[in-house]
Design a protein around this ligand. Structure first.
Ligand code: SF4
Length: 210
């Protein structure tokens, strides 16, 4: 499993530090492929800082990139401590740090982790994916059993959907750039516009159809 990989834009380096994710999205690239851009990304192991640093150095080191992205094959905020630990070194050459996330972080950790993430990350892209909870459940198929109790209660579909909206709405206070995204081919044109309106109403700076 590659912990750092390039894909498309040569000024951008992607970091793959976990395959864990509570969603099983119908459109997830993991359904059809073990990797991207020639890099094997599927694997159960999760690196600490030292092997991650070695992987980044094999690509020339952080100075070589304009943007470094905590990405997948999974939900990177499971590795919240590593995201924080690596932040200063990744930024040392001037790269901006971006997080691609499903917005589950506060439910995963059972507390508000936005301040901690905001200190370690400059830009965030949140996969909104749906205009409402029913469509989110249909498209993203979250496995609620993967979460422990949240605030002393089990994580229900409502709690999870609300947590994605809460993440997005509070993100502008913690990150310099906040993008919400959807996957275009699984939504009707009207649904995409509903998602755009929802994202912008929640305070996202940008909306992207992937
Ligand atoms: S949230 Fe991302 S990593 Fe998780 S299943 Fe959906 S597309 Fe895949």
């Amino acid at each position: 499993m590659e912990y750092a990989y390039r894909y498309g834009d040569p000024g951008r380096l992607y970091l793959n530090v976990t395959n864990r994710c509570a969603n099983r999205c119908s459109f997830c690239v993991r359904r059809d492929s073990d990797g991207l851009g020639g890099a094997l990304l599927r694997g159960a192991e999760e690196p600490d800082f030292s092997p991650l640093r070695e992987a980044v150095m094999r690509h020339g080191g952080p100075r070589r990139f304009r943007e470094i992205v905590w990405c997948g094959y999974g939900e990177p905020t499971y590795r919240l401590d590593l995201v924080g630990e690596a932040a200063d070194w990744l930024r040392s050459g001037g790269a901006k740090i971006r997080l691609n996330t499903n917005g589950h972080a506060c439910v995963i950790h059972g507390r508000d982790v936005l301040p901690q993430l905001g200190a370690a990350v400059d830009r965030v892209s949140v996969s909104l994916n749906a205009p409402d909870m029913a469509r989110y459940l249909q498209l993203c198929l979250p496995d609620l059993e993967q979460f422990g109790a949240h605030g002393g209660a089990p994580v229900t579909a409502e709690v999870l959907w609300d947590s994605v909206l809460d993440f997005l709405s509070r993100a502008p206070a913690h990150f310099e750039e906040v993008q919400a995204s959807v996957v275009g081919h699984v939504l009707a044109p009207g649904e995409i516009e509903e998602c755009r309106a929802l994202a912008l109403a929640l305070g996202a700076h940008r909306f992207r159809v992937r």
